[in-house]
Design a protein around this ligand. Structure first.
Ligand SMILES: [Zn+2]
Length: 582
């Protein structure tokens, strides 16, 4: 594995702007000089995460999560540090001298073998699509409007009959157990057989582009299951999959949104219309895992489900889930009764693009959806509609939105609905208990804050104190000295990269966002803090000596400890006098 050099990491960090990078993932609210976002690291509903462009760090005031651009991307996407550096580099268009393959550890030979089998399968089935046996498969695809370019792009293939895939892979030396493990072949009583025999195959990849399974369509119209997917395997978990995410990623970032459809053919229809930022979830229900994958692709999730009633109901459920997870959600109002694939085939790519202009906000969609679900000619149903809709309004934080949509409810229902102030109890945040910090802890944090900001404070610390009591404070102090000695400078963002320990990173961001941080260096304050730390240490030393003196000791040891105890008390007295004279 090749490492990304320190210089390159610094180059990426200094070019990347945290507000810019975070806005690729989250919707950022700007209030004056403040940037805030809904925190993705706890169940947040109001924007609790502060993004500080001056310090290039973020900090959540509710859960305490904090860090710099790299740790944000690393924690958000749950990837390694080098991968996060690579992600940020590609976001800002910086070319690293090492390729992602080189710095991404792929150390699991078992998994590598499974990926290899699936890649061989993709190549084999792609090749077979041009065979004599696959003529009808190819005709079918062409009739569906899929040209050779699209077929190649999505690596669509054909798995012939007669277990030819199994025989091919077996001949290449792959074990039956491994083929069974990725579910391209299945052990049965009559031996091992191809799973996707005589089917058109659509390969499925994970978010990193590794192949994990297939969706496959039967050619024979008599086949009872038209589409089948890979069974759950160690690589493939149905509820976790977002089809096409690895191809959609770049364009989704660029466009700031990701389209979510119901099926593989819809995603391909989008591609035919030249729209690359589309994915699907293989089925209409969405899981929380899929929502978190979707939000890692773009700040806004746009649901584009089928126009029929089940499709719209599924869009409502999925969008509601994404909304509850704090995502920025909108929905395409599909009034055609068709799915995106049918629209492109029966009308045109232009018709799909036209429909995508009907993108409405979550609340607009909800009012539209609910007004279709209830019979607004019946008083009782009208009342139910108003109640349901008001529940949604109470979730909105923006007062303008709340007023606007309250009026909308009145307009749609014909009932007079009064604007209500937000029910704060429903939206209240679970506030983190404030930990009571004692005076010594505060003094230590003050020292760290000054050391981060000023070289003089760091020198003073080295010369006059050299240690802090709390282990994580001590670690951070050493990191600050290290940064000052090796780089000559020390920034919160730079320090964050020096530690892979979450608690240290959170400590750095707490200190950097604290009210003392921006203050200029004041030697008097530093002296006071050093004194406080010393008094704490001497106090606990004195206690320890007192304890020892209670034990049974010979006279020599007793005298030795008594001397130390006396020295300790003398020193303590000196600091306390100094403290009192201030
Ligand atoms: Zn948080």
């Amino acid at each position: 594995m090749v490492r990304i050099s320190e210089e390159e990491i610094q180059a990426v960090r200094s070019r990347a702007d945290i507000v810019d990078v975070v806005s690729h993932y989250l919707q950022i609210h700007r209030k004056g000089k403040q940037y805030r976002a809904v925190c993705p690291f706890h169940d947040d509903h109001d924007p609790s995460m502060n993004i500080n462009p001056d310090l290039q760090i973020y900090k959540c005031f509710v859960c305490g999560a904090g860090g710099n651009v790299f740790s944000f991307v690393q924690n958000y996407e749950k990837i390694s540090f080098p991968e996060a550096v690579g992600r940020v580099a590609s976001l800002i268009g910086y070319n690293l001298s090492v390729t992602p393959e080189a710095y991404t550890a792929k150390s699991d030979p078992h998994k590598e073998n499974l990926y290899k089998i699936l890649n061989e399968t993709i190549r084999f089935t792609s090749y077979q699509l041009n065979s004599q046996e696959a003529l009808s498969a190819k005709d079918y695809l062409h009739n569906r409007g899929l040209d050779d370019e699209i077929i190649a792009k999505f690596e669509i293939g054909y798995n012939p009959g007669n277990d030819s895939l199994y025989r091919f892979l077996h001949a290449k030396g792959y074990s039956d157990a491994a083929l069974n493990a990725v579910n391209v072949a299945r052990m049965t009583e009559s031996g091992i057989h191809d799973v996707f025999s005589q089917r058109i195959t659509f390969p499925i990849h994970d978010a990193h582009g590794n192949p994990i399974g297939f969706s496959a369509r039967a050619l024979n119209p008599e086949n009872t299951s038209k589409y089948i997917n890979t069974n759950d395997t160690e690589l493939f978990t149905k509820g976790d999959i977002v089809y096409n995410s690895h191809r959609a990623r770049t364009s989704a970032r660029h466009e700031g949104k990701i389209y979510v459809c119901e099926g593989v053919t819809d995603v391909i229809a989008f591609a035919k219309a030249g729209i690359e930022n589309a994915v699907c979830t293989l089925g209409t229900s969405c899981t929380t895992h899929q929502i978190s994958l979707l939000r890692s692709l773009a700040a806004r999730i746009v649901f584009c489900y089928d126009g029929d009633a089940p499709g719209q109901a599924a869009a409502y459920r999925a969008a509601r889930m994404a909304r509850d997870a704090g995502c920025d959600v909108s929905v395409i109002l599909n009034k055609t009764g068709l799915d995106p694939d049918e629209i492109v085939r029966s009308q045109s790519a232009e018709a799909l693009k036209e429909m995508l202009k009907q993108e409405v906000s979550w609340m607009e969609f909800v009012l539209n959806y609910l007004s279709n679900r209830y019979n607004l000619n019946s008083y009782l149903e009208k009342k139910q509609f108003v109640e349901e809709a008001l529940k949604e309004i109470n979730q909105l934080t923006d007062e303008t939105d709340r007023r606007y949509f309250t009026d909308e409810i009145s307009r749609i229902s014909g009932m007079r609905v009064e604007f209500r102030k937000r029910d704060q109890s429903a939206a209240a945040q679970p506030l983190k208990k404030l930990s009571v910090r004692n005076g010594a802890d505060q003094a230590e944090e003050m020292i760290l804050s000054m050391m981060m900001n000023s070289p003089e404070a760091a020198i003073k610390f080295e010369e006059e104190l050299g240690y802090l009591n709390k282990p994580e404070h001590q670690t951070l102090a050493m990191m600050i000295l290290d940064a000052r000695h090796t780089n000559g400078i020390c920034t919160p963002s730079g320090l964050i990269d020096m530690s892979s320990d979450e608690s240290i990173r959170n400590l750095i961001t707490s200190i950097a966002t604290g009210s003392d941080f921006a203050k200029p260096y004041d030697e008097k304050v530093m002296n006071g803090a050093i004194r406080k730390v010393k008094i704490t240490v001497l106090n606990s030393e004195a206690d320890a000596y007192k304890q020892q003196l209670n034990a049974d000791l010979n006279s020599v040891s007793r005298q030795l400890i008594l001397n130390k105890y006396a020295n300790c008390l003398r020193e303590l007295r000196r600091y306390i006098d100094e403290e009192n004279s201030q």
